[in-house]
Write a protein that binds this ligand. Sequence first.
Ligand SMILES: [Zn+2]
Length: 287
Amino acid sequence: MSDDPAHVPVRLTLQLLACRVPPVRSGRSYYCLPPHAPLHPSYRDERFVILSSGDFTPHDVQRVRQQLEVGLTALEQYIGPVPPSKFPIVVKLWSGSGVSHSYHGGGPIELFWVKEMRSPIIHELTHVLAGYTASNGHWTQEGFASYMQDEYGEDRAFPTAHMAHALVKVISEEATLLPMEYVMRDRNRRTYFGTRTPWERWLAYTQSTSLCRYLIERYGKERFLQLYDAPVERVDFERLYRKTAETLVDEWLSHVRALPLNDAARVYFIQMKRLRGRSPVSQLGVE
Ligand SMILES: [Zn+2]
């Protein structure tokens, strides 16, 4: 296995779930960073504070800053002006392997894979700025975050690497789709997206990203934002879309299945399928 972020986190073990901070790799092992792991202030303005450890150059830091600006500008087109109370947002850059996350949108944002240009910078920024009520489920929050990353980010980040629809087309052809109704209803945080394996978790992330993309592009962001971060049982799809959730899911799958074949998506799918049967872990390359 390479250092591909799509693979490396699979090796994380359950004990790392107890980490209070992002796990890092040393050789073939992972461990929790000590609380005093060195971080130094690398950039500061009224909106973003970037701390970095390891070997980040000023260019790396400026690239992250620029991606945060791109993400913020894009997000305001969807969610409106961000209130000043949200700032400054603290962003930590970590070298080595690990799971980028933002404490369910509560911040700070912990980023890995920055040097590899595979960091979900805008994904995590979306969690922080758009809000994330984990007890309400995950499909809109994770789906919207990955949609924003794919649409506006320069990094080809996990889980969909700019190919959400093409990946769902392959998933569908290979008959490995999770029932979307099940993904939409799942609100379990510890094993979220109901996953017994990292493979199922990837399916849930990818299907959610593709469905959110479809709803936004077909019916507009305003309607999407009315169901964002809400428990699916409380969403009145027929009032919002004049269609049932089941009809919308059918429409989405028909749309995706009619798209042209994409070889890159098939290769990525095969890589991800190797996650099948792995022991249960709750971490992939992004949260
Ligand atoms: Zn996420």
